[in-house]
Write a protein that binds this ligand. Structure first.
Ligand code: FAD
Length: 313
């Protein structure tokens, strides 16, 4: 059955293997990819090896009316149990990172969308460059971090961004200055069909060892507070404005440990849902709904999920 499905999809539309040899895989189980360990079958996963191949893929998918979305390190999303019809463009091979000084001798780091934030953090530790320490321990890519305006310890990536290269739905790229982009808490506004190709960050010289010490402290704090021995997707809910953080509200409402199937609110951190082993996406979504209802009835606050849900409902 699976072989037939694969053969069918290879026949549909363009000759994927000819156009993008070894860059497309079919009928992949989402649970193998998401950090939550959930998700049904994904029709196609496409891994461009360059920005120009990314452009070719995007324009081809559009020409053939195949729905697509882009993913980074899969750490802030879940795929539904029914899976994803269309194509997920996975940026893992767009992972170049480079540092440069501009004409004013300011230090900048540019990274392609698929580079891991931790890769950037590692570079700043080696080169004693301050500004991105708060990203220590965030397991996403640069593309995912820009899209989510990822942040921690009172900072978010938008504070350090100088420019972002975006690709439109026709596969054309354009560099955008920080001032022309609209960032907000855990979000950046992108026109439909736009995706992040690379981003440039401003960093500053620091004393030898200072950056490393700060990152080590942050990593230790995360180890102590987060349930890292279980599959998870980081914070499930955004913190509500002008209220206690979501995790505090969830804890105060007595929801720590509450479970639907194998999806449970972590005993360690109220804003983490953990997969105790066999959770489905439906379990996680039902748990999210239960938390939202409970918190709304108790505090009149509607918690907004931070994680993204993709796939057939
Ligand atoms: C243990 C743990 C700790 C975490 N701690 C934090 C934290 O402290 N702070 C925080 O903010 N987050 C945290 N997260 C969540 C997550 O790591 C971040 O949101 C991260 O930035 C997501 O990056 P990603 O590459 O995994 O994105 P994905 O999960 O792959 O995608 C997330 C969203 O971004 C979109 N996207 C990805 N790449 C692109 C692109 N190139 N162009 C356009 N859209 C794109 C996707 O379509 C999706 O909508 C944590 C997660 C875990 C598992």
């Amino acid at each position: 059955m699976d072989i037939m499905m694969t053969a069918e999809k290879q026949k549909e539309g363009p000759s994927w293997d000819v156009l993008f040899p070894h860059a497309v895989s079919f009928d992949q189980p989402g649970y193998n990819y998401t950090s939550m360990g959930v998700g049904g079958k994904i029709d196609r996963i496409m891994c461009p090896r360059s920005a120009s191949e990314l452009g070719d893929m995007v324009s081809l998918l559009r020409t053939h009316h195949i729905p697509y979305t882009v993913v980074g390190n899969w750490t802030n999303l879940i795929v539904t149990d029914k899976g994803f019809r269309g194509a997920l463009i996975w940026t893992k091979n767009l992972d170049r990172v480079w540092a440069e000084r501009d004409k004013n001798h300011a230090q900048k780091i540019t990274a392609q969308a698929g580079a891991l934030l931790m890769e950037l953090v590692g570079l700043t530790m080696r080169e004693n460059l301050t500004g991105l320490e708060f990203c220590g321990g965030i397991p996403g890519t640069v593309g995912g971090a820009v899209r989510m305006n990822a942040g921690a310890y009172g900072h978010s990536v938008s504070e350090s961004i100088v420019a972002v290269t975006l690709m439109d739905g026709e596969g054309r790229t354009r560099a955008w200055e920080r001032e022309d982009l609209f960032f907000e808490y855990r979000n950046v506004h992108l026109s439909p069909g736009h995706l992040i190709v690379d981003a440039t960050f401003q960093v500053f010289p620091a004393a030898q060892g200072q950056v490393e010490a700060k990152v080590s402290k942050i990593m230790a704090d995360r180890m102590a507070k987060h349930p890292l021995n279980y599959k998870n997707a980081g914070s499930i809910f955004k913190n509500p404005k002008n209220h206690a953080p979501a995790g505090h509200l969830i804890e105060e409402a007595g929801l720590k440990g509450y479970a639907v199937g194998d999806a449970a609110i972590s005993e360690k951190h109220g804003n983490f849902i953990i997969n105790r082993g066999g959770a489905s996406a439906a379990d996680i979504l039902a748990l999210i709904e239960h938390v939202q209802e409970t918190i709304f009835l108790r505090y009149g606050i509607l918690l907004e999920p931070e994680i993204k849900v993709i796939g057939e409902q």
